[in-house]
Structures are given as structure tokens and as C-alpha cells.
Design a protein around this ligand. Sequence first.
Ligand SMILES: Nc1ncnc2c1ncn2[C@@H]1O[C@H](COP(=O)(O)OP(=O)(O)OP(=O)(O)O)[C@@H](O)[C@H]1O
Length: 626
Amino acid sequence: MLPASRRVDGAWMKLDDQGHPPADLLSADIYDSWMRCITLGLDALRPPSPEFIDSALLRQEQQRCSLVRGLALAEMHTLHQQIAGSNFMIAFATAEGLLLDIISDSSFSDASDAACIRAGSIWTENICGTNGLGTAAYLKRPIVVHGREHFFARYNNLTCVAAPIFAPDGEVAGILDASSDCMSRQAHTQALVAMAATQIENGLFREQHRGNILIAFHNRGEYLHTLSAGLLAVDNDGQILAANRAARVLLHGLPASAGRRFGDVFRARFSDFVDEGRRKERQRLEDDVGSQFVATIENTRQFPMTHRVLMPRPSPPKDTAAPFVSADPRIAAIVQRVAVAAARKMPILIRGETGTGKEQMARHAHAASRRTGSFVAVNCAALPDSLIEAELFGYTEGAFTGARKGGSAGLFKEADGGTLFLDEIGDMPVTLQAVLLRFLDDWTVRPVGGSKREVDVLLVSATNANLADAIARGRFRSDLLFRLNTLEVTLLPLRERTDFVEIARHLLQKIDPSIELSQAAIDRLAQLDWDGNIRELRNVLARLSLNETGQGVDADAVEAVVGALRRAQPVHRTPTSDGLQTDLHEIQRAHVLSAFAETGNNISKTARRLGISRNTVYRALRDKQS
Ligand SMILES: Nc1ncnc2c1ncn2[C@@H]1O[C@H](COP(=O)(O)OP(=O)(O)OP(=O)(O)O)[C@@H](O)[C@H]1O
């Protein structure tokens, strides 16, 4: 048997000689697609004629698909990070194959093959021949189109991995695609694209049924918040409204289709199940053929205690619009996903460079969760290793030398009913990571010297550290990462955001609404790197406001303030294993330590003086100790 690439070469020769491909040298899907192209009159050896829609129509289409697009954009960013730096492009298209959004490595977007792959281009088979997006749109199935399997020779250097995204009603809601040049192809891309598509499908499912009871279940408790978990939407009377793909697999052979009743599938009374769900996050459930599941009602807080009295429909979710700027659609999509995950009490991990708004986003999660308890922020970098456990989990009086009289309930308990924000999670000592993992198993805390208590917290963590590197060095547990990042989002650095102007105006409005920024000043500001991100921009705007004399702020004023600040400031870049970055990191640390000494060891003053976050100061101090 010839290797696949040789067989495709053979198919091209036959196509060239005889005008049609041989069925035995191509996979059935590719052969059928080539035949469709030939029937449509396409000529493989001539350049394709790409077609585009205009920007007004593009905006209209983006609007029409706003829900699935919002979910897709967030997934595309995660996907892009997973395969970043490997010459890839991630695209989202309508069910028909109209490309709406693209995220690509610069090396990919510079390549000549990629020139016609842009938002507004149409990738249906009748225009672009066999290709990932168009062929997946036709087949309504995932497909890989590798190199010369593309019908047009023009695209023979590309590998495309595409998967349709299904709406809860079974219709295709869009198509996700990861494309690269053939040389950069990665074995795991197909799995990652399939997972991202499932994640989006689950997002659509939850969104469509957020007014109903949403039950997540799996045979194993630890899979409850993963893509393998089944999701069932059930109305207040126990009638099944929909089951996601995983639920249909888990309940194969059972009457779990729309219109059937909870009691037809499970050996439990629906009313007891709902009431129990109000008391306990997880409960056991047995299906009608005896399979055991762990189940949770994801949106239990929306429902009153006993459903025997007529349950009112839950009120529409309160406006979860962020009280901060999110005019960049990628950030808006993150804001929306964070709100949905927070309402479901899913652990959220927020990543991003310093000053990108991680804490701001964590506060948004708290607000969107509608939890009535407090928002408690803990800086893992700021607590001495020896005290973190006691501070987090509490201690009893006399538990150790120096323990406070009456003991301490601990920060977890303080956040009970609310949100615990673990900032700088990458700095959590490894021993404590094990304790946190245990907590995530049963959501109980055991104060030092005391006995176990249950707590109910929404856990949001944040880091600007390279966790993959920390895992590789044995400083961070990968199993903990998987428990913390049921939803993982990465905030974009300011220099990559499309809403720079809105952010600048918003910040200035808060500093001094009477000050005008000229267009030239904005343009100059927008050109800068902003390694300290929004915090650095706020700092610069505050200084500009002090210098302002009633004439408004122009580009020269920006130049003067930025020049002076840059001379006085350390570099803020996140350290990497790269040698140059390490040097910069050293310089930065030395700078912070000297300012720390000059301010009489005052962390807040050091942060203010250097225009950096308190976290950056803590980090420099910790690095000094290690
Ligand atoms: N989208 C936004 N719109 C307006 N202001 C914002 C936005 N995001 C963050 N900010 C402001 O930027 C500053 C830094 O935000 P925040 O402290 O949340 O960043 P961070 O990523 O947690 O920083 P660090 O990693 O250094 O702790 C704060 O003053 C915050 O109010």
C-alpha cells in the first residue's frame, strides 16, 4: 500500500491525464469532493477566483451570528494559545463557509497562500474547491484536508482541520477551522479543534436553556465539569427538553429524548432530585438500567427549594455588562463567558500580563455570579509560605505559636457564599497546592487544629506566570491546573486591543472629565508598547492630567510625560526562559528592590512610585528570598 502522500500524487497524475480522479487513491470524502468540484466545472490547475462580501454585509453576518461567534472567539483564543507560534491560523465561519473571524500567527498571515484567507472571504466548495471550511460545511462533519488533497493546486501547501459546531436543534451554527502550512501540521490539532467545537456547542446549549434546569452528569465525579459530562435541560415539571451529544452517548438506549420525562430515564423522583440539588452540589443518580452517575444541577440557585409548588420561571439574568471597557469583541466574548461560568460556579482561571485587568475581571465574575457573600482577594505571592495554609483554611485558638486568640475562620470561610480570588496562583507553594487540590475534591476546609467544614465559594484564580514552564519545572501541579481552569481565559495585552481609544477615554473620564485628549495625542499613545498595560496607561494619563493647563492634551505633552516616565521606570515584561528577558527581569527586580528600600520597605509606595502593580513588587521580593 502506497503512503497517503504518494497516493494523492498518483490521483493528481490521473486527474491531469484523464480529467477525473481514481476512486482508489483518495479517501472517500476527498474523492467525492473532487468529483463535486469537477461537476461544478472547476479547473484544479487554474488559480481559484476568491470571492468576498463587502464590509457592511460582513458586519451584518457577524451580528446575525453574534451568540455563537462570541463563544467561538473565546475558544479560538484558547486554541490559538495551544498551538501558537507554530504558523497557524484559526478561523470561524458561518454554516455555509463564509469566513467571519480569523486569528493568525504573523508568519502565517505573511505567507502568500494566506492572502485571500480573510474575514469576508467565501470558502464554499463551488468557489474554493475541496478545502477544510467548505468541505466541512458541505458534509456537516469534521474533516482534515491535507496539502494536495485540496482541489486547487493553489492551496496545496495548506493543511486545514475543520469541524462544524452544532446548535442544540441539530442545525450547524458555524464552522471552526485551524489551518497551517503543510510543514507545520501538528498531530493533536484535530483533537483540539474537536474539543473547541464541543465547548462552543455546550456554550450554546447552556445559553439556550438557561431558563430551564440544567443537569450535568457523568459516571465519574471528576469529569463533571469537563467536555465528557452529559448535559440535560429539563423543565420545571421534569420534562426533558434537550440532551447534548455527551448525554446522548451516556444514556444510549434510554428514552432521553425531548418530550420524555426525567423519571423515564432515572430511578429518582424529579422533585427529590431538585430539592437535594439545592442542599448538595453533587448527588448520585442511577439510570433505568442501573448505571451510576454523579450529577449536579448547574443553575440550582435559580430555583426555589421545593418544586412541588409551581415554580416561577427564573427571572432573566441580570445585566452582566462589564463596568469596564470591553469594546474589543474578543474581550466582550470573554466577559460573557466569564459571566456564564461564574453563574454556574465553575472555577475560572484568568491569565494575562500585568495590568491587563485580571482582578477587574474576577470582580466581574463575582458580580455576574449573583452570589451574596463577599469577594475575598488573596495574593498568593504576598503571603509567607508558612502562613498561607492557616490564612486560607483558618486555624483554632492555640493551633500554633502566635495563633490569634479565638482562632481565625480563614479566607475560604470568609468567602463562603461569595468568591475567593486567588491572585498570582503560580506563586502558590507546592505543598499548599496539594491542600487546595483536596479542597477541590470535596469543597470542605479543615482549619489548622480544627475539624472539617463545608464552604461554598466561586473560585477565581489569576496568573501572569508561564504555568506550562512552572509545571515543567515541578513548581506547579498540572492536576491542579486542570481543576482550576474549567474556564480559562486570557486577557489581551493593551497593545493588541482594538478598543484602546475607548479605554483611554474611560480612564481619563475617571481621572478628570474636563480634560480633552487631541486625536494626535491618542494616536501617539496608541503607538506605545504598554508593557504595564492598562495600569501603565492610567498612570500616564494621570500625569498628563497634572501637566494640563487648560489647552487640552496634545502629542507633545504625551511625548514629554512618556519620555520622562520611561527613563524612570523598570521594564515590565513577563520573564521568560529567554536569556535577554531574564536579564531584563534582573534589571527590573533590582530597580524594584532599590525603590522598596528607598520607600522604607513600603510596598504600596514602591508600586505607586514605579507605576507598577503591588503584585510585581511582591514578586520581586519573593524572587529575592528564593
Ligand atoms: N477593561 C478595562 N477598562 C478600564 N479599566 C480597566 C480595565 N481593565 C483593567 N482596568 C484598570 O486597570 C488597572 C489594572 O487592572 P487589574 O488590577 O485588574 O489588573 P491585573 O491584571 O490584575 O494586574 P496585576 O497582574 O498586576 O495584578 C485597574 O486600575 C483597573 O481598574
